[in-house]
Design a protein around this ligand. Structure first.
Ligand code: CP
Ligand code: NVA
Length: 302
């Protein structure tokens, strides 16, 4: 089936991503002004969550309601997905009844298999490998505060995880350089590094990695599904904590972000999390506006 899906940032061309961020900023202003934008009355989104969520669920559900549609929460515990009904069969049935589907799950192959059998657009709302929706919000937030990110250098700190992989994809789509500061053994996927070696560089030490950077980003050290590795990961990643000392070594106007949920005193200091200057709360709110722009793009392209 040849729908427009959003499984990674590479599914949308760079110029369309730029336009989508512009649209997110416009939708945010309209929302703040109290203007209604019910452009999809009667449209239904199926939201399949195999992992926990606060921001993703609230932003998609609120976004669909604000656009005149409805969002339906589906968890494995309440659907036949949790009892082993094949992804392919589920995709065929669910997509025959709704207009758009959002999936948060473990293996990235699950969203790919769902999309291959879906008659409507499918959004990746986080897999073990990628979290592209978060990057839309992050890129919107950077643009709102500093303008274009093109040509800048960003530093990713900590685990070479799903968010780090999406930052690698973003480096290409939004045209910036990326430094990845992580302990040995926690590097991102080798194929992503190889394919983006013109703009991505790995460091095993944080101080030199942040030099010249306009944005520092981190995330939890143990992602969902890795809870039992928490202690080993915390020990390895402690030198990569995002804190005031590292921020001072970056560009003078550098921003910092965290997709949340955060652990104060681990991957980010309490001082930076609770600073009045942080833009992390804008970043979280922008999930709503960026995803409304994404839904609009996908439903209009479908
Ligand atoms: N950042 C993010 O995706 O948050 P949730 O896990 O709360 O959805
Ligand atoms: N890397 C984290 C992101 C949570 C939004 C995880 O996958 O759990």
């Amino acid at each position: 089936m040849s729908n427009q899906h959003f499984l990674t940032l590479q599914d949308i061309a760079p110029q369309d991503l730029d336009a989508l961020i512009d649209r997110a900023i416009t939708l945010k202003a309209a929302h703040r002004a109290g203007e209604a934008s019910p452009q999809f009355p009667g449209s239904v989104m199926a939201m399949i969550f195999a992992k926990s969520s606060t921001r993703t669920r609230v932003s998609f559900e609120a976004g669909m309601a604000q656009m005149g549609g409805h969002a339906m929460f589906l968890s494995p515990g309440d659907t036949q997905l949790g009892r082993g009904e094949p992804i392919e069969d589920s995709a065929r049935v669910i997509s025959s009844m709704v207009d758009i589907v959002m999936i948060r799950t473990f293996g990235h192959d699950i969203v790919e298999r769902f999309a291959a059998n879906s008659s409507v657009p499918v959004i990746n709302a986080l897999t073990d490998d990628f979290h592209p929706c978060q990057l839309l919000a992050d890129m919107q937030t950077y643009r709102e505060h500093r303008g274009s990110i093109r040509g800048k250098t960003v530093c990713w700190l900590g685990d070479g995880n799903n968010m780090c992989h999406s930052y690698i994809n973003a480096a290409r789509q939004f045209d910036f350089k990326l430094h990845i500061a992580c302990p040995e053994g926690f590097e991102p996927r080798a194929d992503l590094l190889e394919n983006n070696s013109d703009r991505v560089r790995v460091f095993h030490e944080a101080q030199s990695a942040v030099e010249g950077c306009s944005l520092l980003v981190t995330d939890v050290w143990a992602s969902m599904g890795q809870e039992e590795e928490q202690a080993r990961r915390a020990a390895a990643m402690a030198p990569f904590q995002l804190n005031a000392t590292l921020l001072a070594a970056a560009e003078p106007d550098a921003l910092y972000m965290h997709c949340l949920p955060a652990h104060r005193g681990e991957e980010i200091s309490a001082e930076l999390m609770d600073s009045p200057a942080t833009i992390i709360w804008d970043e979280a709110e922008n999930r709503l506006h960026a995803q409304k722009a994404l839904i609009e793009y996908l439903l209009k392209t479908a």
